[in-house]
Design a protein around this ligand. Structure first.
Ligand code: KG4
Length: 336
């Protein structure tokens, strides 16, 4: 089954063709990062307008890269929640029109479920059940993936997403947007014990997380140093911050993997590209005897292939949409 899939929830427009959930025939992406860098973060209206400009060309590219024609497409999948609402609406409305024009089913895909499915592309042997740490720019949660379409949140951030905290700290340090990749590279040469940063916890909810206190602690450090005219050790601060994020994410993820997932743990989302977090998970999983599935870096960020992969499993479970499908800024992953 060939699925033409669309992704437009944030600042990447993507179209892909995926066969039977696991074989990527094409994966076309247009990033808007250069545009948003000027403003130090995603400007929602610009994001929507850029999706409008890019999506038709990307659909054509996805088809021609896959060496297919429109008649070879069996269904259309689209990321319909969660995300920047104006941006998501562009993808949903376009996908709806394509499905209507081709007379094929329309499959709504939850964006985070898509991130999880990036692991099916990367690891042909991976099947549910497993636990998945999903950490991106807009969401951070630990999911119990009981089947391809039955999942539950075991723990989640109560405030900022992990990626959001990377981006905000990077912005204050003046190292660009999005901040995760540059922070990761800066931290390579740094001493991760140089700055003492908080590792907060949510009372009574051991798998939930909080990143806003950590973010504020780094912002206060930066402002105080500025006022006193002191130099900050940037690599040391990036390394200390990254260590703190990892210390919040990794023990909770391992606790979840102890309770659920049948000894398997996967990672998903842009923050899943972080070298410190990947390294700490590798060590923790080895110690705990848990099999770890890390997606390659290019499948951590937003892409269309992951939507095509999850779309296949949603279709098999009977999850298709009528032409009144809407977009949602927020939506629980368990609802699909
Ligand atoms: O999954 P993604 O591409 O988009 C969303 O669905 O949000 O994630 C983007 C986030 C950004 O916050 C970015 O700073 C972060 O992923 N990121 C990283 C790294 N690469 C990207 N965070 C930490 N370390 C990285 N190497």
């Amino acid at each position: 089954m060939n699925i033409l899939a669309f992704e437009s929830t944030c600042d990447e427009t993507a179209a892909a063709v995926v066969r039977d959930g696991r074989e990527v025939l094409s994966d076309a992406i247009a990033s808007q990062v250069d545009m948003h860098t000027i403003y130090g973060g995603v400007v929602p209206e610009i994001a929507s307008r850029k999706h409008v400009e890019a999506i038709v060309g990307l659909a054509d590219k996805a088809l021609s890269d896959a060496k297919l024609t429109k008649g070879d497409i069996d269904a259309v999948a689209v990321s319909y929640a969660p995300g920047l609402i104006g941006a998501v609406l562009v993808g949903v409305n376009f996908a709806k029109s394509v499905a209507l024009a081709l007379s094929v089913p329309l499959i709504p895909v939850h964006h985070i479920r898509g991130h999880i499915a990036a692991n099916y592309i990367a690891h042909p042997d991976l099947e549910p059940p497993f636990v998945c740490l999903c950490a991106s720019g807009g969401n951070t949660l630990i999911a119990d993936v009981r089947s391809y379409t039955d999942m539950e949140v075991l723990g989640a951030t109560r405030d900022d997403a992990a990626g959001e905290s990377f981006d905000k700290v990077a912005r204050v340090l003046g190292i660009g947007y999005p901040g995760g990749g540059p922070m990761d590279r800066l931290a390579q040469g740094g001493d991760d014990t140089m700055y003492e940063l908080p590792r907060s916890h949510v009372e009574g909810h051991p798998l939930d997380m909080s990143f806003s206190g950590l973010k504020t602690a780094v912002l206060n450090l930066a402002h105080n140093a500025q006022q006193k005219g002191e130099e900050l050790d940037y690599p040391g601060l990036a390394a200390s911050f990254q260590a703190a994020v990892s210390d919040i994410l990794v023990p909770r993820t391992m606790e979840a993997a102890k309770r659920k997932g049948d000894g398997k743990l996967a990672v998903a989302g842009g923050v899943g590209a972080n070298s410190r977090i990947r390294g700490d998970l590798e060590i923790a999983c080895k110690e705990a005897g848990v099999k770890l599935y890390l997606p390659p870096l290019k499948l951590c960020g937003d892409n269309g292939a992951m939507i095509g992969s999850q779309g296949y499993y949603e279709y098999l479970s009977g999850h298709t949409a009528a032409s009144d499908l809407n977009a949602y800024a927020t939506r629980d992953i368990s609802l699909g």
